[in-house]
Design a protein around this ligand. Sequence first.
Ligand SMILES: Nc1ncnc2c1ncn2[C@@H]1O[C@H](COP(=O)(O)OP(=O)(O)OP(=O)(O)O)[C@@H](O)[C@H]1O
Length: 354
Amino acid sequence: MHIEVNQLDKHFGDFHAVHDVSFKIEKGRLIGLLGPSGGGKTSILRMLAGLETPDAGDILFHGKRVNDLPPQERGIGFVFQNYALFKHMTVYDNIAFGLKVKKQSKDQIRERVMSLVELTGLKGFEHRYPNQLSGGQRQRVAFARALAPEPQLLLLDEPFAAIDAKIRQELRTWLKDMIERLGITSIFVTHDQDEAIEVADEIMIINKGRLEQKGTPWDIYKNPHTQFVASFIGESTIVSEVHKLKGFEDAALWSNTKALIRPEYIEVGKSDEFSIISATESGRIKNIHFRGSEWMIEVQVGDVTLITYRSLEKDALQPGEEVNVLVHRAYLFNDTDSWIIENKLKEDPMPVHI
Ligand SMILES: Nc1ncnc2c1ncn2[C@@H]1O[C@H](COP(=O)(O)OP(=O)(O)OP(=O)(O)O)[C@@H](O)[C@H]1O
């Protein structure tokens, strides 16, 4: 289903929960609504579902305004974080529920339920009750139940929040595959950036009721439009006086700016490891922390502490050691504008407006 939302607005009493939100979603896309708690993600989802009425704005499904359609007439399936399965019903009856409401025949229901049981890998579990299933299995039942009436839009609110980390990882991949295979337009709410980056075709970043940015995970990561987006997606060090770093002197031209520097744009090494000498700084290793497959390195350059990662032998760098540091690029933000600025001693000297 193709979705268009124009200037959606919602207050709860005096509280402005959703501000002027507009977006379009193409048919078959898997969209992640990502943002901090209380930002308005669930409110947007509930308005799409018809469970909440917008104060202003239009919601169009296939170009047709649906603001006044009740939830059951919008062709939507739901999956919630707490499974919301009927505890007193078997897996079979849970999946069949929406079909019975639609008054389908017993044979039709059996055929549809069994094909969904097969699709979701639940064969052999049809006669179990929810309390006889693992969290991951219950969530697959919830998914099958939502799909049963053949919705055109699937809405998932924190679908994996209540599930252990390892199973959550498996379910993410499973869900992505499943949705791709079915080609059903889906929107899921999450506050977990890794989940959104890994699963979604496109991410919408929601903060304080506003849509800050919409794009593919790669595009948002590479070209964050606001300081909030840059700091919410991926890691970064915030630096207020980036012009003090070699190659970034031009940043002094813009007032009230803050720079964000991603770990992968920082290279740290012993002096003989660098060839681009003019752009390197002298720094000192402040601390190193073991992080499993890599080490987190805090390096002091003047009064700035930068964070980066390296896979290295334990004794390759030591706290207190003098090192060379090269910063490749930074994101620069002031109240109204944003730029990507490359190290002019190393690469393109011109900042790119984003
Ligand atoms: N029915 C309601 N009445 C009053 N305030 C509400 C209502 N629903 C939501 N809110 C408020 O609106 C804001 C946005 O809530 P919403 O649930 O949409 O955010 P969210 O981004 O989904 O957060 P979370 O990740 O915590 O679920 C919150 O401050 C919340 O307290």
